[in-house]
Write a protein that binds this ligand. Structure first.
Ligand SMILES: Nc1ncnc2c1ncn2[C@@H]1O[C@H](COP(=O)(O)OP(=O)(O)O)[C@@H](O)[C@H]1O
Ligand SMILES: [Mg+2]
Length: 381
């Protein structure tokens, strides 16, 4: 995708909201637009799918100048995800996801199959969710439906405008991880707006840092922006603790996992306690019959005979995946009392744990290779 001299002047305003922007967005990559509120991010996005008409300039997708294309056709070929998902409240989940396929006149059976396929893709059980209404879903689930709806007609391009801005941090981390694993498979061309620099570093193949008028101050890989910020303005975005921010560049899948002591529902608590002592720890992780983590139990808990007969899932047990960054893992760790974070893989199966030592180790190796501010000051806050 290529923006050439794209400009938007709103009526009655002196300065252009988007002023002569030229940039190229490589196919199959995620490009993040980051910048302060009012700098023209949303206006830029809405010109790409022509919810807003540019005053000047051209936008090419492939070889086609979309500024001359029928806007309705165009919008059906571009997925659009906004904050709060923007679902139609009086439509079921299924009808929301099937909206664009229906406009494209797919037959009913194909739409039904596609809806279920999309629900599956965003990790929601089709039987449980297809007939619900948006108000019957959590914020994170609504946002997943928003992504499913945008992907339903398999558009090559997706525009995402602060899609995860309205959910809590843990849900946001999960949604980000899910989108990254989807992208591994789907290879869409994605333009993603955020005002959160950490999100930009985590999600972006490239980041465009914008100032007022959507002026591109720096357009580069996350790594380059962190190590060679182009100006004071960019540095102000990176902020303090660049070494800590660099934790966002390292994924959980890049570090060596440790083994926790694990046991299964129905096992003998005395055996479990022995395993815990063998590796010199205090807690055992209970897994269900499909190896999905349920909860931590302490050595003291295990003294109760029959304690493993039935083990309910701990709703506060926060998990990370290989896609998560070490920064995410650290966040989870700081709110848990175990000094470790549980890592799950495909089908939420237990894979291992990240220990706090692993994160500290990653931080100190970053500290010696970057000239950024000391990691230690930030880490001890
Ligand atoms: N419909 C509109 N009419 C007039 N001015 C607008 C309109 N939409 C946005 N603007 C102005 O254009 C500038 C860019 O807005 P926007 O693209 O929404 O920024 P961002 O998404 O980066 O916060 C702001 O100064 C905003 O006030
Ligand atoms: Mg905006």
């Amino acid at each position: 995708m290529r923006l050439e001299g794209v400009t938007k002047r709103y009526r009655g305003q002196q300065e252009a909201a988007v002023d002569d922007v030229t940039m190229e967005i490589p196919a199959g990559e995620i490009v993040m637009l980051v910048g302060p509120s009012g700098c023209g991010k949303t206006t830029t996005m809405k010109m790409i799918n022509r919810l807003i008409e540019p005053t000047d300039g051209r936008i090419l997708i492939g070889d086609e100048d979309v500024t001359h294309k029928d806007p309705d056709d165009l919008r059906r070929s571009i997925g659009y995800v906004i904050q709060g998902a923007g679902l139609f409240p009086h439509y079921t989940v299924g009808d929301n996801i099937g909206l664009v396929p229906k406009m494209l006149k797919w037959d009913a059976k194909r739409i039904r199959e596609r809806v279920d396929e999309m629900l599956d893709l965003v990790s929601l059980d089709p039987d449980m969710y297809r007939n619900r209404y948006p108000r019957e879903l959590s914020g994170g689930q609504q946002q997943r439906i928003g992504v499913a709806r945008a992907l339903a007609a398999d558009p090559p391009v997706m525009l995402m405008d602060e899609p995860f801005g309205a959910v809590d941090p843990i849900t946001r981390q999960r949604l980000q991880d899910e989108l990254l694993s989807l992208q591994d498979e789907l290879r869409k061309t994605i333009v993603f707006v955020t005002h959160d620099f950490d999100e930009a570093v985590k999600m972006g193949d490239r980041i465009a840092i914008l100032n007022v008028g959507a002026e591109i101050v720096q357009y580069d890989t996350p790594d380059q922006i962190l190590t060679n910020p182009a100006s004071d303005f960019v540095e102000s975005f990176i902020g303090h603790g660049a070494a800590l921010k660099q934790l966002t560049l390292t994924r959980v899948r890049d570090v060596e996992l440790h083994d926790a002591a694990t046991t299964h529902e129905g096992d003998d608590p005395a055996d479990a306690a022995r395993k815990v002592r063998e590796i010199g720890r205090e807690h055992v992780l209970v897994l269900d019959d499909r190896d999905r983590p349920q909860r931590w139990l302490s050595l003291r808990d295990l003294e109760v005979p029959g304690r493993l007969d039935r083990v309910a899932r701990d709703r506060d047990l926060d998990l990370v995946s290989g896609q998560s960054t070490l920064n995410d893992a650290l966040d989870v760790m700081l709110t848990s009392s175990h000094g470790v974070v549980v890592v799950t893989g495909p089908r939420n199966r237990y894979e291992g744990v990240v220990r706090v030592e692993t994160i500290m180790g990653a931080m100190s190796s970053i500290e010696t290779t970057s000239a950024g501010p000391s990691a230690r000051d930030t880490a001890e806050e």
